[in-house]
Ligand binder design. Structure first.
Ligand code: RIB
Ligand code: CA
Length: 311
């Protein structure tokens, strides 16, 4: 089967780092490039982190820096979860190659224009770059196979009581994506909170007994501590790699195709994804929303990728 060509837009970020490794080392994925967006940290931090994770995992693809603020100019760093560097918990090697010149959105356009097949955009941070690409390069929209994004929730939020962080950071960008007419898959908190790094998963990760597994364990243990401190979750959810996993094996999640809108003006609910699970609004279905995770299938592909990266 031909590997799925993707571009990963991310804000590394502990779980973004794992999504990078899964995308780079699973044979069902052809990772064309990586772009960064501010979210878990300010843009220069998440971009430096992307380059350092590439060095750690020997990922050799073009990397370009994207938007440093939301479409409306908002900047926020989730340092309470990801730490001051936005990827605290273990020392990372220095970057081994330079950024591509130009903006991340222009790298997306270049890769899409040059690739012979349609390309899937995978977003694991705020959707700012994806929205900018759709607005700045409408002529390339027919070269996009689909957009898979980690964000939102059919239930409660995590940055506010009703808004998940990535969407809360840039609700207008999410609105652009939701109205794009492209095939959309939403990997929200409903499913990501099933991808828990349990004690058993930590044991399997550390049991790989490689330098990269040791570093990733250090990063994940930091992530586990902050998640427990903030959300009283003893086992942290590894959100982002699921957005890659669904392209490797569509049976890794059970989805429902429903109408999804985003709240742009609610005093207490701005950034909430309004997921019409039971089709009560009559709104046209526009998003495949992942609701259930095959835990074993997901962790097998995730840990296999870490093992491959350590060889
Ligand atoms: O809400 C979880 C999402 O926000 C993840 O993508 C995490 O990396 C942060 O970006
Ligand atoms: Ca992220």
């Amino acid at each position: 089967m031909t590997p799925t060509p993707i571009i990963l837009d991310c804000d590394p970020g502990h779980d973004d780092a794992m999504a990078m490794i899964l995308a780079a080392y699973n044979p069902a994925i052809n990772l064309l490039g990586i772009t960064t967006v501010s979210g878990n940290g300010i843009i220069n931090k998440v971009t430096e982190n992307a380059l350092r994770v590439c060095a750690l995992a020997k990922i050799n693809v073009p990397v370009a820096q994207g938007a440093g603020a939301s479409l409306l100019g908002a900047v926020e760093a989730a340092s309470d979860i990801h730490g001051e560097t936005a990827l605290d918990g273990a020392p990372l090697p220095a970057a081994t190659f330079a950024l591509q010149p130009g903006h991340g959105v222009d790298l997306i356009a270049k890769l899409v224009r040059e690739h012979p097949e349609k390309v899937t955009l995978v977003a694991t941070g705020p959707l700012t770059n994806i929205a900018l690409f759709l607005k700045m390069y409408p002529e390339l929209q027919d070269r996009i196979e689909a957009i898979v994004f980690m964000g939102g929730s059919a239930g409660r939020g995590n940055r506010t009581p009703y808004a998940e962080f990535n969407i809360w950071m840039d609700p207008e960008a999410c609105d652009v994506v939701l109205k794009s007419g492209l095939p959309l898959t939403m990997i929200g908190l409903d499913v990501t909170h099933q991808a828990l790094i349990t004690k058993e998963i930590f044991a399997r990760l550390e049991g790989l007994n490689t330098e990269i597994a040791k570093t990733l364990s250090g990063l994940m243990r930091f992530f586990a501590q902050t998640y427990n401190d903030v959300f009283e979750m003893p086992d942290p959810p590894l959100h982002d790699p699921i957005a890659v996993a669904v392209l490797i094996d569509s049976t890794v999640t059970k989805n429902r195709f429903v109408n999804v809108e985003v709240e742009l003006s609610g005093l207490h609910t701005r950034g909430a994804t309004v997921v019409d699970i039971y089709s009560r609004t009559g709104g046209k279905a526009n998003v495949d929303v992942a609701l259930e995770l095959d835990f074993d299938k997901f962790w097998t592909m995730m840990l296999d990728a870490v093992e491959a990266a350590g060889r």
